[in-house]
Design a protein around this ligand. Structure first.
Ligand code: GLY
Length: 369
């Protein structure tokens, strides 16, 4: 597998060397690939996916040491820090946005302004903490009590901020949120819910909501991937064995649903038709499973990650340098075609390349301090 992965990383780097300048020429942050790059159809550069482009550039820079990628990461970072002024558009996903941009810049080059900007983002995330036990996901007044599984990935920004400042408030909030997720999202079969609503005054669990998967109570595959990777990171950030146990339970559920071709259903409980594939889930899970393998030494996690990556490399990648974007058959949401169905989406490429860099030894591990 290592050879397949490293060859894929080399080819991905070549493809991006040829096509990423098209985004720079248009002075934009890509959301989708295709015949050219397309920006997010929602909220411009404030959309939650904005950090994946600079994150990709940092991954490619770490793998190739081609300074063009570094400069492109810095161009994208400036677009994102400008979004601090659009505060009301930002949400709990400031972790995704600013860890992979400013956080990476600080980690890889020690840039002082990037450190300050990442701390600014951490304070925005801390400001979303409801002391009744959860980090508020979104901004609409009717969703004041909503928390989502995706947020497990954003907690790393808080743990990092405590390290940076010596102020434990950030890590306290992250642990409280992780404990709430453990208690209220993890199901007996090892799957995780996507959205849980809490009473914002008492913290009582109100109900689960359907999200980007097929229906209420089903198993949205990307949510499962966030659970695997997010709980693994919470364990790495705290040493708490309960989070590792949770990551392993969700991993067991995910692995049991890996298709023979290595592609990933958008929802593990979706009907036969219409069939929706979401390779972002497979790429993200692969990276999380490699992490779990590094923590536990258990070969089954590495084998599952390799099965997913082999499927993506051999059956669902567009290697042409005439088109933009690498991973095909990415689906943002089972029912929302406007967000992208069976297309290339930037965070699919991010997690795909991150997983490859883990296998090839250049991953700067942007999620961990
Ligand atoms: N965090 C939103 C998503 O995974 O689509």
């Amino acid at each position: 597998m290592r050879n397949n992965a490293c060859d894929a990383l080399r080819r991905a780097t070549e493809k991006y060397r040829a096509t990423a300048p098209l985004a720079a020429e248009k002075a934009m942050l890509p959301y989708r690939g295709g015949s050219g790059w397309t920006p997010s159809p929602f909220d411009g550069d404030s959309w939650w996916t904005g950090g994946f482009w600079p994150g990709l550039m940092w991954q490619l820079w770490a793998a190739s040491k081609d300074d063009w990628f570094r400069d492109e990461a810095l161009r994208a970072e400036a677009l994102l820090t400008a979004q601090f002024r659009r505060f009301e558009k930002l949400n709990h996903d400031v972790g995704f946005m600013y860890l992979l941009s400013c956080g990476a810049h600080w980690k890889l080059l020690g840039d002082e302004q990037a450190r300050v900007d990442a701390l600014h983002a951490a304070n925005l995330l801390l400001g979303r903490f409801n002391p009744k036990g959860f980090i508020r996901a979104w901004n609409e007044p009717e969703r004041v009590g909503y928390a989502i599984i995706d947020c497990m990935m954003n907690l790393s920004l808080l743990f990092w901020a405590t390290d940076m400042t010596g102020d434990p408030r950030f890590a306290h909030a992250a642990r409280v949120h992780a404990d709430t997720t453990l208690k209220h999202f993890l199901r007996p079969d090892g799957s995780v819910s996507h959205i849980v609503e809490f009473d914002p005054y008492t913290g009582a669990r109100v109900r689960e909501h359907a999200g980007q998967g097929y229906a209420l109570g089903t198993a949205w595959s990307r949510g499962q991937a966030w659970g695997v990777y997010g709980f693994a990171l919470a364990h790495e950030n705290t040493g708490d064995a309960r989070y590792l146990e949770a990551a392993e339970r969700v991993a067991g559920f995910f692995i049991a649903h890996i298709r023979p071709d290595g592609l990933t259903d958008c929802d593990f409980l979706q009907p036969a038709a219409p069939q929706r594939i979401d390779n972002i889930a497979g790429a993200c899970a692969a990276s999380g499973l490699i992490e779990l393998h590094q923590i536990t030494g258990r070969g089954e996690y590495r084998a599952a990650a390799e099965a997913l990556l082999d499927g993506l490399i051999d059956r669902s990648s567009d290697w042409s340098e005439q088109t933009c974007g690498l991973l095909t058959k990415c689906t943002a949401s089972y029912h929302d075609d406007a967000a992208g169905v069976h297309t290339n989406i930037v965070y699919g490429d991010y997690f795909f390349i991150e997983a490859l860099t883990k296998l090839c030894g250049s991953d700067p591990m942007l999620w961990r301090r």
